[in-house]
Design a protein around this ligand. Structure first.
Ligand SMILES: [Zn+2]
Length: 177
């Protein structure tokens, strides 16, 4: 049985030589703002919505590669992510689901990941500011939000950052316009 894969999207905003990160409440790690892609939503729209919900800052994502212009209104080219990454979120949920399948018992997800998340496939976009820089997360979101230089991330925050996220942010710094 293959792991369940949720589609997610994130946005990376670099401003004045710093990147804005949010400390994830469950993972206790610094991440680019992002989350699950909801029904009928396109990946880049989810990235912009999640960024706004988690930080209060309005961004517009942009393509990491040249994109042709749209031909007609119903024939659209959308922004291209700069990274697509697949990773485990809750391996335990996969094991629990496998066991419940074998034992013909009801699948009860891990208490921390009640939606039953197992793996995430994340579309990471570059983003530019589309409003003010005032930080104002929506209710229930993490209130730990901060700007980091690459030096900060190589230094004292390294332990609170996944190595794959650091790789992603390094690439974003090199691509950001
Ligand atoms: Zn998920």
């Amino acid at each position: 049985m293959k792991p369940k894969i949720c589609l997610t999207a994130s946005a990376t905003l670099i401003h004045d030589g710093k990147v804005l990160l949010v400390k994830h409440k469950k993972l206790k790690q610094w991440l680019c703002p992002g989350g699950h892609i909801e029904g009928n939503e396109l990946p880049h729209q989810a990235a912009e919505r999640e960024f706004l919900e988690e930080t209060g800052i309005k961004v517009q994502v942009y393509s990491s590669l040249f994109q042709p212009r749209s031909i007609e209104n119903d024939d659209l080219f959308h922004p291209i992510p700069f990274v697509v990454n697949e990773h485990w979120v809750c391996r335990e949920n996969y094991d629990l689901r496998l066991n419940s399948f074998k034992n013909k018992s009801e699948f009860m997800p891990n208490l921390l990941w009640q939606k039953g998340c197992e793996k995430h496939l994340n579309f990471a976009y570059l983003a530019k500011l589309n409003g003010s820089l005032e930080i104002n997360p929506a209710e229930g979101e993490s209130t730990e939000i901060a700007w980091f230089s690459l030096e900060d991330l190589y230094g004292k925050y390294k332990a609170e950052l996944a190595s794959s996220i650091l790789k992603e942010i390094e690439l974003a710094f090199s691509l950001a316009k």
